[in-house]
Design a protein around this ligand. Structure first.
Ligand code: AMP
Ligand code: MG
Length: 343
């Protein structure tokens, strides 16, 4: 073939390829559901209809709660562990839960117990889950503020060091119980990521309460935008994270669940050292990293630790962190500065 002909053929062929690339229709599927006691939104970009069953994502998250994480659901893995506490029997759990518990116990240690998955007796005493029901048509429900003695007793049943993990099984001493409320949504994001990874999606962004996973790219080439809630006005954002590719983001804030009694505000993130809501000078902590469980666990741990110690813990885990303190000041790690834009 002569050189001129070759060049002509190449131009025609590449034109055909470009035309074909242009033919691929990327579809957008969106859904908003209530799952895990919170709101989950899902947006998936894919050229294949069979990859876009957002209802499967909802089922996956609901299944994770029912079968594994919820202490309320009789027969779930966590409920079985709690029910067996003190019986001397260990409870065999799924590989995934076992691996997650190993990560969480390590973080409990690394955070000097600021994060503690055995916080359940104290959370139960405060009736944090009852606060969510808060109001009914007859008005506000009476809220029980525990006494110091009650808190001391509940605290004596919390200690992550007493959780025994061995050969795929978990054992707890009597009176103790696990509470994975601080990480359920992050674990859900991990599972959604694994589910979507096996599909041919071009991009996806899925939120479960205060945790978000972004995957791949948006078809229009723009970045993912994750808003960070303003603790003083939860309908507004203090700023936006601009992200490309796969990331996990979780925020823990004192505005997410709280009650006010006699002018005092009590929120749902507890300091395992005192048994009271953490007062560490921050109103919210946002963590950005490459794992859902870690982003969610670190956001809770860093809230309890406060800015200085929290920042050090996040950095030790290679995670980016952003703190909004009680004065409204924002501070963050260097990597977070690269992706955060204040409003
Ligand atoms: P998050 O909103 O992700 O920070 O999680 C808060 C939830 O985690 C609470 O509703 C409790 O169920 C649980 N929790 C509260 N304080 C702690 C803590 N210090 N360590 C582990 N879990 C906690
Ligand atoms: Mg959390």
């Amino acid at each position: 073939m002569k050189r001129k002909q070759k060049v002509f053929l190449l131009v025609v062929l590449s034109g055909m390829l470009l035309a074909c690339a242009g033919c691929v229709r990327i579809m957008t599927y969106t859904a908003v559901d209530t799952v895990m006691g919170t709101v989950s939104s899902q947006t998936i970009y894919s050229s294949r209809e069979e990859d876009c069953f957002t209802s499967e994502i909802k089922d996956l998250i609901a299944g994770l709660e029912q079968d594994t994480l919820s202490w309320r659901v009789e027969g779930s893995e966590v409920a079985r562990i709690n029910a067996a506490a003190g019986s001397g029997a260990d409870v065999q759990v799924s590989e995934k839960l076992y691996a997650d518990l190993e990560i969480l116990l390590k973080l409990s240690e690394d955070s000097d117990g600021a994060f503690d998955i055995t916080i359940r007796p104290v959370a139960e005493l405060w009736d944090i889950d009852g606060w969510a029901a808060g109001e009914n048509i007859f008005g506000r429900q009476p809220v029980h503020i525990p006494t110091k003695e009650q808190i001391a007793l509940a605290l004596s049943y919390t200690d992550y060091e007493k959780v025994l993990l061995e050969d795929g099984a978990v054992e707890l001493p009597e009176g103790m119980a696990l509470d994975l409320g601080a990480v359920g949504k992050g674990i859900a994001c991990d599972r959604v990521f694994l589910y979507l990874q096996a599909k041919y999606v071009q991009g996806a962004v899925v939120s479960v309460g205060g945790s978000v996973v972004t995957i791949g790219r948006k078809p229009d080439g723009t970045q993912w935008q994750i808003g960070i809630v303003d603790p003083w006005d939860t309908s507004a954002f203090v700023g936006i994270l601009y992200l490309e590719g796969t990331h996990f983001v979780s925020t823990s804030g004192d505005y997410e669940r709280y009650v006010e009694v006699d002018g005092v505000r009590y929120h749902h993130i507890l300091n395992p050292a005192t048994g009271y809501p953490a007062e560490s000078g921050v109103r919210s902590v946002t963590i950005l990293c490459d794992s859902g469980i870690l982003s969610d666990a670190l956001s809770t741990a860093c809230f309890v630790l406060g800015e200085e110690r929290g920042m050090a813990l996040a950095e030790a885990y290679g995670a980016e962190a952003l703190f909004v303190d009680t004065e409204g000041n924002i501070s963050m790690t260097e990597g977070m500065k690269q992706v955060f834009q204040e409003r």
